[in-house]
Design a protein around this ligand. Structure first.
Ligand code: HEM
Length: 504
């Protein structure tokens, strides 16, 4: 997930400038920037560089870095932000100075959506964070736990394949983007909550609706994040604050209902799910920080799991399928690899995934061009340090532009071309040690659920390609939609064609 989107309405801008210009101009003129900062493009009083960023900031920041260098300063309103755009400068942030900038800035959604820092993704660095991360890594995201959900994944994927098979029989097209998000969200729901919510009007489809709406509102620009002292007034007037409150409340109510249903044993599914695990820890009086685990801690962890996990996983599969449909040569080659490996067994197994070297290259190439979090979740400097000899001061926000790094011409030959073979014989991996490819981030704040995400992506892609051929209904666009994560702007419309002798 990333948090940097800036479409601001012109009315709001006008309001802002008219009301606050005189006093802020004086403050701006009186305040002097410290020296030896990374280069900064010319900026406006009050707005800083915000007017330059547009709706896809990773792209404009890359363009600015081509002019000003791999590490630049931009002012998001009054907030000084350093952006790194090359593998070398990312390594300085994520490895060399990881311990000095592994906290998160306090953003407006930290309070409204992320339980004021009780979860993981937006929690400031410190003892509490370390404890909650340890608990999640050991108890929720371990390889053993992820593997215990394989049957659930099979069942949810089975539903998706069956539905595709029906469309194939009818010869009709499908909105694959929508089907993929539904598949990943349903799997995550079952993994976290179990299947049913007896005696409740809440069901998995309703949850999906609420979840999509929450994703939409947290992806919106918040004035409070660039004008910490008065931006909240604008967010209140614009209605953002109330729509966020509603989005949060809907999800929060849903999580609490699921917790209570578990406690009252109102569920039908016998399998242990993630709420069971957290409730067991609660009953064992496990502590987080100085407190025992409360229901609020559990809800905060669930929020992270959904908002960080679902989109990133679904987007990866979606872009992979889109690029394959756009590149029939690669599609044929990867299908041949999968079909040869699986043969007439009728279905792909987890053991088959190991040998699918070309498919893994296709995934890396997709992430290189279409990373789900184009700008990693922001960090904040806790002490003074230097990047490339420039001074970074405590309190500076730091953005790693992973999208720009994936297309950096010094790191990649023909960076705009989709060519998975570039990974033949390459040691570049996706685990956060190759700074030219950072789909899961890196360092102390890197994705804690990498194995779980990767298993779902590989298993789903291999099955989609084994069972079906894919015909696009028109030109497949690669335009991105503005927002928190890099969704495709236009859903992927394709006609699935069933391949004979496959078990579904
Ligand atoms: C293909 C799937 C996934 C991708 C590409 C992905 C990518 C990422 C990235 C780029 C970050 C930010 C890292 C940074 O700032 O350095 C992140 C953080 C995070 N991810 Fe994932 N993720 C995936 C799946 C998941 C899943 C399935 C879950 C949970 C079930 C999850 C939970 C989290 C959490 C909780 C964080 C915040 C970590 C922190 O700040 O300490 N992710 N992920």
């Amino acid at each position: 997930m990333s948090i940097l989107t800036f479409p601001m309405s012109t009315e709001l801008l006008a309001w802002l400038v008219l009301l606050l210009l005189p006093s802020l101009l004086i403050i701006f003129l009186l305040r002097r920037s410290p020296k030896n900062l990374p280069p900064c493009p010319p900026r406006l009083p009050i707005l800083g560089n915000i007017h330059q960023l547009g709706s896809l900031p990773h792209r404009t920041l890359r363009d600015l870095s081509l002019k000003y260098g791999p590490v630049i300063t931009v002012y998001l309103g009054s907030v000084r932000t350093v952006v790194v755009n090359s593998p070398e400068t990312a390594e300085e942030v994520l490895k060399l100075h990881d311990s000095e900038c592994c906290t998160r800035p306090k953003l407006s959604i930290t309070k409204t959506f992320f339980y004021d820092g009780l979860g993981l993704g937006f929690t400031k660095w410190g003892d509490y964070y370390r404890e909650v991360r340890k608990l999640c890594v050991l108890e929720l995201f371990s390889v053993k736990r992820a593997n215990s959900f394989r049957n659930l994944r099979d069942e949810e994927l089975g539903r998706l394949l069956n539905s595709l098979s029906d469309s194939a029989a009818a010869g009709t097209s499908v909105d694959l983007s929508k089907m993929l998000i539904k598949f990943v969200a349903s799997f995550t729901c079952r993994m976290a909550f179990g299947l049913s919510f007896l005696g409740s009007d809440i069901d998995n489809d309703r949850f999906l609706e609420v979840f999509m709406e929450a994703n939409r509102v947290i992806g919106k620009f918040a004035a409070a994040d660039i004008f910490p002292s008065f931006g909240w007034i604008i967010d209140r007037i614009s209605g953002l604050e109330s729509s966020r409150k509603k989005g949060f409340k809907d999800l929060d109510t849903f999580y609490q209902k699921a917790i209570v249903d578990h406690r009252e044993k109102k569920r039908t599914e016998e399998r242990e799910d993630l709420i069971d695990v957290l409730l067991k820890l609660q009953s064992q009086e496990t502590k987080l920080g100085s407190n025992r685990i409360t229901d609020t801690h559990i809800r905060a962890i669930l929020m992270d799991l959904f908002l960080a996990g679902v989109d990133a996983t679904a987007i990866t599969i979606d872009w992979t399928m889109a690029e394959l449909v756009r590149h029939p040569r690669v599609m044929k080659k990867v299908q041949a690899e999968i079909r040869e490996r699986v043969g007439d067994n009728g279905t792909v197994t987890y053991d088959d995934l190991e040998g699918l070297e070309y498919m893994k290259m296709v995934l890396k190439e997709t992430w290189r061009l279409h990373i789900p979090s184009p700008i990693l979740i922001p960090r904040e400097a806790m002490t003074k340090f230097t990047i490339r000899g420039y001074d970074i001061y405590p309190g500076t926000r730091i953005h790693v532009n992973a999208w720009a790094i994936g297309r950096n011409p010094d790191a990649w030959k023909d960076p705009e071309v989709f060519f998975p073979e570039r990974f033949i014989g390459s040691t570049v991996d996706t685990k956060g040690t190759s700074y030219e490819l950072l789909p899961f981030g890196s360092g102390r704040r890197g994705c804690p659920a990498m194995y779980m995400g990767l298993s779902t992506v590989e298993y789903a892609v291999a099955n989609l390609l084994y069972h079906f051929d894919w015909i696009p209904t028109g030109e497949v666009s690669v335009e991105e939609a503005p927002g928190l994560t890099s969704h495709r702007k236009h859903p992927l419309q394709v006609v699935p064609v069933s391949v004979k002798n496959r078990k579904l």
